[in-house]
Design a protein around this ligand. Structure first.
Ligand SMILES: C[S@@+](CC[C@H](N)C(=O)[O-])C[C@H]1O[C@@H](n2cnc3c(N)ncnc32)[C@H](O)[C@@H]1O
Length: 277
């Protein structure tokens, strides 16, 4: 299916209250996905979560809730790394970053509190067992507040509510979430070589709350971007169109209209550089 036809199908489904049944578009099947090319604008879209690798191997696991679209990592590695570079993902989950590294002949290092594979080391990313200035690139796709229950580990940042009420007037909502994320970001700064780049992939979040008109909006993207600016130089901000099949559910669109909120249509990809000195 051409990209244009796929887009038309998605648009039709988004406006169709019956969408969400089994006849909804699912995107191209393995072997039918368009070949990847380096994207040149700040709006990224691809009609599948994964690309077709040469050896038909899948990147990460499609069954891991919250797995990163592998083509996003592919785009970053094509632009900001070379063959043989070492790439770190401190929240590696199902190992998508490691598989893209294998495809592109980079050395991937993965940590996670809930490792899904033997090559991923169990570790809290607020303290990385990695030497200072030893990594050529870092990629991280953290939890976006509490929207997915990743594991029973109390240290999981996905247990911290980015919309938690302010404890005092002088702190922001969700302070514990942002403080933890700052620890992760400062670790990435420490381990990255000077003049090298990192990417952080994240979405804002919204949830309904009884008694709160309009629900609770959590501007996670802007808050994390402002934390990262204290460490890194911003290189660019990419909007990545979300191809989540849940976005095609007619009843979700109906409630978004009735209750006057927005479904999340894009993720941010922040690209940052660690300046020398
Ligand atoms: C959005 S998922 C990452 C998905 C991954 N990129 C993939 O493609 O499978 C976020 C990950 O952060 C991990 N995580 C949450 N808190 C953590 C922490 N303190 N240290 C390390 N990993 C953590 C979760 O276990 C989860 O796997």
């Amino acid at each position: 299916m051409s990209r244009e036809n796929f887009r038309k199908q998605v648009e039709r489904a988004a406006n169709n209250p019956e969408a969400g049944r089994d006849d909804r578009p699912r995107g191209p099947r393995p072997g039918q996905r368009p070949p990847l090319r380096v994207f040149t604008t700040t709006l990224w879209e691809y009609p599948s979560q994964h690309y077709d690798a040469k050896d038909s191997r899948f990147q990460g696991s499609k069954d891991y809730a919250g797995a990163t679209p592998s083509w996003v990592i592919w785009q970053l590695l094509q632009r900001y790394t070379r063959k043989g570079d070492t790439v770190l993902d401190p929240m590696c989950g199902s190992g998508t970053t490691l598989d893209v590294c294998t495809d592109l002949e980079r050395n991937g290092i993965g940590f996670d509190l809930n490792p899904q594979r033997a090559e991923i080391t169990k570790n809290d990313s607020r303290e990385l067992p990695v030497e200072n200035e030893s990594m050529d690139f870092c990629f991280v796709d953290p939890p976006y507040s509490t929207h997915i229950d990743y594991s029973d580990d109390d240290r999981c940042i996905g247990k911290l509510d980015a919309g938690a009420p302010m404890a005092r007037d002088d702190v922001i909502p969700g302070q514990a979430y942002y403080e933890s994320m700052e620890e992760v970001i400062s670790e990435l700064y420490r381990v990255l070589k000077p003049n090298r780049y990192m990417g952080l992939y994240v979405s804002d979040s919204w949830r309904k709350q009884k008694g709160v008109k309009g629900g609770v909006f959590m501007p996670i993207g802007f808050e994390l971007f402002s934390i990262m600016r204290d460490y890194f130089r911003p290189v660019d901000i990419i909007a990545v169109v979300r191809g989540n099949t849940k976005l095609q559910r007619g009843n979700w669109h109906k409630s978004a209209e009735q209750d006057n909120f927005f479904l999340r249509g894009f993720n941010y990809l922040f690209i940052m550089k660690k300046e020398a000195g």
